[in-house]
Ligand binder design. Structure first.
Ligand code: GLV
Ligand code: GLV
Length: 320
């Protein structure tokens, strides 16, 4: 029996590539650059399955270009890049990689929070550029983290993992999400529920942990930003478009908030030029899940989803 033909849009970590090459008839481009639309349409045409990145837009046109596609396994937990209703119509399964990247993304969230609060990139640049003339009582003063309030918008796996880390900083932790946790879970995590506007108003650090969809698009808009404390920091490791980036630039310019730590952007890899110029904004290139271990686990999860599908079983991580 011939192996299922899998179209992969980017090169994955070596242990994943090795397994993919054993299990499947793998088609991919060694150049490993974001795939052009034309190459995507060409690649999907005769594929039985596809492995997509969060940067690949799997829309109706792509799905309709495929003649025998059974599954698109997204190499990400987020799946806002997928047209789920077109996939359903075409009877193409869509899977994601939940769970395996939770702790890694929570770690990065903390790295970003601490980097912006304590001005780490700026301080590093200061030393490396030879500006450091010795200890100073007033240079590079940042904001404290311990004892402050942490507001979590969204309380899924990643939000909860961020909350667990906050306990070590003696922070008061508040959250808002659509489905409130049980009292028992709130107690175990040491978190208290607030309304959306109370959360905006009460947080020294506001961190976003929700999926991007119609409800969360531009949830952090001009009005929301104006409710935040002038000393507050906004942290985003979820999806860029949850924040209205233009409104954020304005809020930062007007000093309505103190700073932002951003791993994701509305039109990535495009970034509003103002954000690149502000020292109180730390920008990362969407590296939330980027540890070697986690990227391998994500790849193995993708493989398991594909294998289940081609064995005629329901993959574990189908989204709809
Ligand atoms: C990363 O952003 C992911 O959704 O996996
Ligand atoms: C993502 O996996 C989340 O539920 O936060």
């Amino acid at each position: 029996m011939s192996l299922p033909r899998i179209f992969l849009t980017r090169v994955l970590p070596l242990p994943v590539m090795e397994r993919l090459n054993i299990e499947f008839d793998l088609q991919f481009d060694e150049a490993d650059i974001p795939l052009s639309r034309a190459k995507m349409m060409e690649g999907v045409k005769n594929a039985d399955g596809m492995i997509s990145m969060l940067s690949d837009s799997i829309d109706r046109e792509v799905l309709e270009a495929a003649s025998q596609l059974k599954i698109v396994a997204n190499y990400a937990v987020g799946y806002n890049n997928m047209d789920l209703s077109a996939a359903k119509e075409k009877q193409v399964l869509i899977t994601n990689t939940p769970g395996v990247l939770t702790e890694t993304t929570a770690d990065l969230t903390w790295a970003l929070l601490m980097a912006v609060a304590r001005r780490i990139p700026e301080a590093n640049q200061w030393v490396k550029s030879g500006k450091w003339a010795g200890w100073s009582p007033t240079e590079l003063m940042g904001a404290d983290i311990y004892g402050k309030t942490l507001g979590l918008l969204g309380m899924g796996r990643i939000g909860q993992a961020v909350a667990r880390r906050a306990a070590g900083f003696g922070m008061q932790i508040f959250y808002y999400c659509r489905h409130r946790l049980s009292e028992k879970s709130e107690e175990a995590l040491g978190v208290s529920y607030l309304s959306f506007s109370e959360l905006l108003e009460g947080s020294d650090f506001l961190s976003l942990h929700l999926p991007l969809n119609e409800d969360s698009l531009h949830l952090i808009d001009q009005k929301a930003l104006q409710r935040m404390k002038p000393g507050a920091f906004l942290i985003n490791t979820s999806r860029g478009a949850i924040i209205d980036e233009k409104a954020l630039c304005h809020a930062l310019e007007e000093k309505e908030i103190a700073g932002a730590g951003l791993d994701v952007f509305e039109a990535e890899p495009g970034i509003s030029p103002q954000l690149l110029q502000m020292e109180n904004v730390v920008t990362l290139p969407h590296i939330g899940s980027a540890s070697f271990e986690t990227r391998v686990k994500m790849g193995f999860m993708v493989i398991d989803n594909l294998l289940s599908c081609f064995k005629g079983q329901m993959p574990s991580n189908v989204v709809e």
